[in-house]
Design a protein around this ligand. Structure first.
Ligand code: AMP
Ligand code: ZN
Length: 675
């Protein structure tokens, strides 16, 4: 084979591979290789194409951004193209870029450094100040209109504030999940036996494509704008654009740094600082974007077919993999009987936390990974939260070892397991000890009945002593019984009983429904049910047609609810809970008088007499609302010990009354009397 032929083959191979990764990334929302590897391959292709121009092809991945669009969604042409960014991982390359800029613009010009937010780019089109389209980047020339979903994002104004904006305006920004929100979504999925989402960006992108805007709204996406495009803009630099974006109602980024081409050390310092510290930010970032500040200079420097030449993205060092040894694998039995394999590993520190356990999802994952006893595992902390097994260091595999086998019987009750799709389930419906304990754990959990002092290990101990075998046994507990548990004294036993009784007082129909652990009925569906039914009996007696007439409830959920209440044992449980005097009718029924209707609260600091959740529950019970942050609708800020910055924020708002915990308690007592 001659050399030319080899090069041609190499180019074709790289184009094919890169197109495939592009397809997986942009259409299937999966990333099979790291960004760094992708860029390495792209660069290799770019250099080959540069040296062999005769092999040039306009469809090469070096010239196209993303993948062509999926055909079934409505697409629109971008009036102004949406570009990618040129990327670098080295300071040397960055300095070469600066030198090139200096050669084009003879004088010193200013630069703006911003964070590179790791999310999905969006083109927000405002006509006469009103949001008219929200287009994804697509292939850079045309994108999909996802306006219905974008309208649910609180930080994107539907109408621009202030009058100082051109008639036609495009605002480009990044849509993403804040770290906290993403981990909440995943924690919720894990709780329901679902596999956590792997990648925040892909989840954000998938969420933007969803059909049900209510689900999108419930996921709380965020947006940060990073550029404004239009004619007759009232500013002429990138830096000043942020002042206007703020006036128009956007959440502008706080971390922006302006300097000039003569003070490059400051940029290098900025890069180093955020390279080390970006994990402290509330959102994911994967680099720094350095842009020429003046629009005039941007215009002079121009763009290639793929990216603007006046900007460059300096990417952070990618996550290094951490290597550790597999000690053994345990198989956990979930509330619904799902068996989840967990790798117990030799403790290893990854981005500041010690990792001892790594979830291995399901049977298929173990099979695909071909894990053997004693293997050396390569772990990564995905999105900085959940440790994941990325690979196995085969070179270190023991000579005499066996692949890990999935058990045939339930590790807790020895019943046979059955396989549905990729998941194995314990077939023992009635008395699998692990399942039982998990059910109780779910019932007492914070978002359920919120019974403090009865956690996983306490449930296990009580179960072993035969004192807590069913949820209903919770209400048969007394101090005498609890004191039998090792390490529990009179005071803590008293506290636990108190917590059980209090949880009844502070509960609601929504919480009870959620606590029951009906498959597919999480907090959202529980809330939907309370909006449509006056009390639990109405739900027990509801028919299929009534259930599926509720938004968010389809065939699967309706059948799950019907199935749950068709079992005598479950109805008996509800009866027992009701006998305990649990407040179990919906608090959304319009006919009952709700003394806190229209009143909103925010809490800051630690309350001494109740948890935040309990306080929230009481407020909601009386018809009020609780927000997490100060906004214009808030009427009361309740301050506890070590309160935070919310106080300072609320002082600026005239309509907020700042009250302490005692006053809050009095207010609640009075309102209860009114009810
Ligand atoms: P890439 O998607 O890797 O080609 O990188 C380009 C993308 O980075 C743009 O389309 C934007 O969505 C995104 N991006 C994130 N932060 C910024 C920023 N501060 N300025 C410009 N683009 C940004
Ligand atoms: Zn079992």
């Amino acid at each position: 084979m001659n050399n030319d032929h080899k090069i041609r083959q190499k180019i074709l191979k790289l184009r094919k591979e890169l197109s495939m990764y592009n397809y997986q990334y942009y259409i299937l929302n999966q990333s099979k290789i790291s960004d760094e590897e992708f860029d390495k391959k792209l660069k290799e292709l770019y250099l080959l194409e540069r040296d062999y121009p005769e092999l040039f092809d306009t469809k090469s991945p070096t010239l196209t951004v993303g993948h062509q669009l999926s055909s079934y969604i409505s697409t629109f042409h971008h009036k102004y193209r949406m570009y990618s960014l040129k990327k670098t991982y080295s300071k040397k390359e960055f300095l070469i870029w600066i030198q090139r800029i200096k050669k084009i613009i003879f004088y010193s010009c200013s630069l703006v450094c911003e964070l590179k937010y790791d999310g999905v780019s969006i083109n927000l089109i405002y006509k006469n100040g009103l949001l008219s389209h929200a287009l994804t980047r697509g292939d850079g020339k045309q994108g999909e209109n996802v306006i219905a979903n974008v309208r649910t994002i609180k930080s994107i104004p539907l109408k621009l504030k202030g009058g100082n904006h051109p008639k036609y305006l495009e605002i480009r920004g990044e849509i993403f999940f804040e770290k906290k929100i993403f981990s909440e979504i995943n924690a919720n999925r894990i709780k329901h036996g679902l596999r956590p989402y792997y990648n925040q960006r892909n989840t954000a992108s998938g969420t933007l494509q969803m059909k049900d805007t209510k689900v999108v709204a419930s996921r709380h996406l965020s947006c940060i704008p990073y550029s404004v495009i239009g004619q007759n803009l009232p500013f002429n630099t990138q830096y000043k654009s942020f002042k206007y974006l703020k006036l128009w109602g956007f959440n502008v980024p706080k971390i922006i740094f302006c300097c000039n081409t003569n003070t490059i050390e400051e940029i290098l310092h900025f890069i180093d600082y955020w390279n080390n510290k970006h994990h402290i930010l509330p959102y994911y970032t994967d680099g720094i974007v350095i842009k020429i500040n003046e629009y005039k200079n941007q215009y002079i420097i121009g763009s290639t077919n793929k990216y603007p030449k006046w900007a460059i993205a300096y990417k952070f060092n990618p996550n290094k993999l951490s290597e550790t040894n597999l000690l053994n694998i345990t198989f956990q039995v979930g509330r619904t009987g799902i068996i989840t394999p967990i790798a117990n590993v030799y403790p290893v520190k990854i981005s500041g936390t010690i990792i001892k356990k790594v979830g291995l999802y399901n049977y298929r994952f173990i099979q695909n990974m071909k894990i053997h006893n004693g293997d050396s595992l390569l772990l990564e902390k995905g999105g900085g939260i959940i440790p994941k097994l990325k690979n196995i260091n085969i070179n270190k595999r023991l000579i005499k070892t066996n692949p890990i086998c999935f058990p045939k019987n339930c590790p807790s009750c020895q019943s046979l397991l059955i396989k549905k799709k990729d998941l194995y389930y314990c077939t023992n419906r009635i008395n699998c000890p692990s399942k039982k304990q998990r059910e109780i754990q779910h019932f007492v959990s914070e978002h359920g009945m919120n019974i403090k002092g009865i956690g996983k290990s306490m449930i296990k101990k009580l179960y072993k002593k035969g004192l807590l075998c069913e949820i209903t046994d919770l209400y048969k507990l007394n101090e005498k019984k609890i004191i039998q548990i090792n390490g529990v004294n009179q005071i803590s036993a008293h506290k636990i009983i108190n917590n059980i009784n209090q949880s009844i007082y502070y509960s609601s129909l929504k919480r009870v429904l959620y606590s029951l652990g009906i498959p597919h009925v999480g907090e959202y569906i529980s809330e939907k049910l309370t909006e449509h039914f006056s009390d639990i009996n109405a739900i027990i007696n509801a028919n299929y047609n009534h259930l599926i007439s509720i938004t968010g409830i389809g065939d699967k959920i309706a059948n799950s609810i019907l199935n749950y209440f068709s079992i005598h044992k479950n109805k008996f449980l509800v009866k027992k809970i009701m006998e305990k005097g649990l407040y179990i009718s919906s608090n959304n029924i319009k006919t009952t008088y709700l003394p806190l209707n229209g009143k909103s609260f925010v809490f800051t600091g630690k309350l001494s007499k109740m948890t935040r959740n309990q306080a929230k529950n009481v407020v909601e019970h009386l018809g009020g609302k609780v927000f997490n942050t100060i906004n214009n609708k808030v009427n009361f800020l309740v301050i506890g010990k070590n309160f935070g910055q919310k106080v300072a924020k609320s002082i600026k708002k005239k309509n907020i009354e700042i009250i302490n915990e005692d006053y809050f308690e009095k207010l609640i007592e009075n309102k209860k009397k009114e009810q």
